[in-house]
Design a protein around this ligand. Structure first.
Ligand SMILES: [Cu+2]
Length: 66
């Protein structure tokens, strides 16, 4: 499963926001966000551009860490 590291999450509201943002991307399903680990995992039904994921996260005020 693809995993992205996300910087800036501090509570369950952040987790909910990130989960929603990723779930809304076409082709991404089964989003699981861990506040403790600061990361999100998901399934890709079709290949999703890495930049699309980064943009979705950035747009809601968080940062994807490489
Ligand atoms: Cu929060």
């Amino acid at each position: 499963m693809p995993t992205v590291k996300i910087k800036g999450m501090s509570c369950q509201h952040c987790v909910a926001s990130v989960t929603k943002a990723l779930s809304e991307i076409e082709g991404i399903t089964d989003v699981q966000v861990s506040l403790e680990k600061g990361e999100a995992t998901f399934n890709e039904q079709n290949p999703v551009d890495e930049q699309t994921i980064k943009d979705a996260i950035t747009k809601i005020g968080f940062e994807v860490v490489d």
